[in-house]
Design a protein. Structure first.
Length: 317
């Protein structure tokens, strides 16, 4: 029998325009979790969806006693929605998963079993095969992983947002107070003991991806600038290289001038101007990127704003 001492498992699900398949998803997850014999709660975060997502959650909450939900005041993006979910989850173990069916609920009992038997802090589901994606998405992801791996030493290949964290890991995660949240990278940074289970990303059950290309690019830039200051050193290195080059080229020009054979260098001047100009602007851009991150953090705004929430009638966990 379930008692107060039975561990509580929280499932954190960020939802953006997932109305199409939400009911099916909720009942599937509930079904899988009942198999584990643990108490559980579903912590859904509606990331300001313009569609029926919130209405469906309110309706379902009448029949699912384990459903809790918060609605953000606008679309804050998946990472911040996850943040809201993690802050509100009360479980001894928290499982984070997508609400679009791409993270198979059938894996939940196995994750819980591994957590119980191995006593590790993090059980992470690793993609053996990426889901059906656009070619540009695939290339973009690969490029991003390689860059992040080289720059920050964080290996994220195959790592997904589908993972179980115990209370200790969640509390440690919540201590990271940055506004530029990158869930995957931050959990990798945390360390802790972990086991991996492979899974295949399935097709979306319905609706369509809420990520646009600019969103992905923004996440990639956040990830890189949050995990590495190497791009800043690139500016210094480029400066040094140019300095060395300028000495050589300067001496060469001087010698030619003294020998009375100065270069008729219109093309050279234009070329140098263009190269130096773009290098300067690129460097300023890199510095600006970090400046923007600092500015965002320094403002100290809340990470997200909650518009409303649903708690079950007897809300003792
Ligand atoms: N999502 C969100 N806010 C957003 C975009 C997405 O909460 O602005 C949620 C979405 O509802 C889903 C999860 O994040 O549960 C993953 O989103 P999606 O399937 O669009 O991303 P992909 O699987 O393509 O990485
Ligand atoms: Mg998806």
């Amino acid at each position: 029998m379930e008692t107060e001492r039975t561990p509580l498992i929280s499932i954190v699900v960020p939802l953006y325009k997932e109305a199409a398949n939400l009911r099916g998803f909720l009942s599937e997850v509930t079904g899988e979790l009942s198999k584990t014999g643990f108490r559980f709660e579903l912590m859904c975060v509606d990331d300001g969806s313009p569609d029926e997502t919130w209405n469906i959650l309110s309706e379902e909450a009448r029949t699912f006693p384990n459903l809790r939900a918060v609605r953000l005041s606008r679309n804050f993006g998946k990472e911040l929605a996850l943040c809201a979910g993690l802050e509100h989850a009360r479980g001894d173990a928290v499982i984070v998963m997508d609400g679009d069916g791409q993270h198979p609920p059938a894996l939940l009992p196995e994750m819980v079993r591994l957590w119980q038997t191995t006593k590790v802090d993090v059980v992470e589901a690793v993609k053996t095969k990426r889901g059906p994606e656009s070619f540009s998405g695939r290339i973009g992801a690969l490029f991003f992983y390689v860059v992040l791996n080289k720059l920050a030493g964080v290996n994220l290949k195959g790592v997904s947002d589908f993972k179980l964290m115990n209370r200790r890991a969640v509390d440690a995660w919540l201590q990271m107070e940055e506004r530029n949240v990158f869930f995957r990278g931050m959990t990798a940074w945390l360390g802790f003991t972990r086991v991996q289970i492979p899974f295949e990303v399935s097709r979306r059950a319905g609706g369509q991806t809420g990520w646009s290309f600019p969103n992905r690019l923004k996440l990639a830039l956040t990830g890189i600038s949050a995990f590495s200051s190497l791009p800043l050193q690139f500016v210094t290195i480029a400066g040094l290289l140019f300095f060395a080059f300028s000495i050589v080229f300067g001496l060469y020009t001087l010698v030619l001038q003294l020998a009375g054979r100065s270069v008729s260098g219109f093309a050279t001047v234009i070329l140098l101007l263009l190269i130096i100009g773009s290098l300067l602007m690129l460097s300023l851009g890199i510095i600006g990127e970090y400046l923007a991150r600092i500015y965002e953090e320094v403002k100290g705004r809340p990470r997200y704003v909650i518009a409303s929430s649903i708690e079950p009638q007897d809300s003792t966990p």
